[in-house]
Design a protein around this ligand. Structure first.
Ligand SMILES: CC(C)(COP(=O)(O)OP(=O)(O)OC[C@H]1O[C@@H](n2cnc3c(N)ncnc32)[C@H](O)[C@@H]1OP(=O)(O)O)[C@@H](O)C(=O)NCCC(=O)NCCS
Length: 224
């Protein structure tokens, strides 16, 4: 009997470590940047790390939230970061664990598509936030590549994220460097230009690859 998406997601979300197929510790080096990536579940992230993540998000994006339709809702943001299914990849110095560089928070979720009968299985990047001193050195790309590997391994359909239209630097990073494109449910993709203008965000996605070498039920490599 085929496994339903809901059952599959619930099985994945019961997994303690979604990185168990990767060789640990995960490290990233670039010049004098020597970083270790720690993995946490919402239930296991230490409170001081959770507070740092919240402050970093606020420092980086507060100005964009306050001028958006959404506004800045401190309590709601805190709740989002503590969602039961939230998983964290936290980048810190390999030499000094208190020297924190940035984090990616994701969840494995079902997302709507333009077909009312079809839900997509998504590795959703809710946050990718780096300290200013850690940017433009490939760390954002490395964390995002980890999420693609996770999406591939767990046979998700795509990696997805939401970005403010005004966050032009991040949009450039996602589209020019990381290969994301407008998702079919993004306002600019599914609404008239006039309607889409009312939204101050876009939804980007990039497909996961069932022919990835990481994929447990790997299919034959397609001719591409
Ligand atoms: C967006 C972000 C995660 C990218 O991570 P990063 O480690 O800096 O990115 P990388 O070093 O892998 O790639 C850098 C490239 O991405 C693009 N890019 C990233 N941020 C950019 C910015 N603010 N302005 C212009 N280009 C940017 C550029 O092409 C850049 O290349 P360059 O350094 O040669 O100019 C990071 O800059 C960040 O944390 N920004 C603040 C928080 C934020 O906006 N998060 C995204 C929320 S949706």
């Amino acid at each position: 009997m085929p496994v339903s998406s809901t059952d599959k997601l619930s099985t994945i979300n019961q997994e303690e470590c979604l990185l168990r197929f990767m060789k640990q510790p995960l490290t990233y080096q670039n010049g004098d940047m020597d970083v270790v990536i720690d993995y946490y579940h919402a239930a296991t992230i230490p409170p001081d790390l959770a507070n740092w993540a919240f402050q970093l998000l606020k420092n980086n994006l507060y100005h964009l939230y306050t001028r958006s339709n959404l506004g800045w809702d401190e309590a709601a943001k805190m709740t989002d970061l503590q969602a039961p299914e939230a998983r964290y990849l936290v980048a810190r110095s390999a030499h000094d664990p208190s020297d924190l560089k940035g984090f990616l928070m994701f969840q494995m979720v079902l997302e709507e598509t333009m077909d009312d009968d079809v839900m997509a299985e998504v590795a959703y990047c809710y946050e990718l936030q780096l300290e200013e001193h850690a940017r433009s050195r490939g760390l954002g790309e490395y964390l995002m590549q980890l999420l693609f590997q996770i999406g591939d391994f767990w046979c998700m359909d795509k990696v997805m994220l939401t970005v403010f239209k005004d966050n032009t630097g991040a949009i450039k990073f996602y589209t020019k460097k990381m290969g994301f494109a407008l998702d079919e449910i993004s306002p600019s993709a599914c609404l008239s230009a006039r309607m889409a203008k009312r939204f101050d965000y876009e939804i980007l996605s990039r497909p996961c690859h069932p022919w990835s070498p990481l994929h447990p039920q790997r299919q034959a490599t397609p001719n591409i």
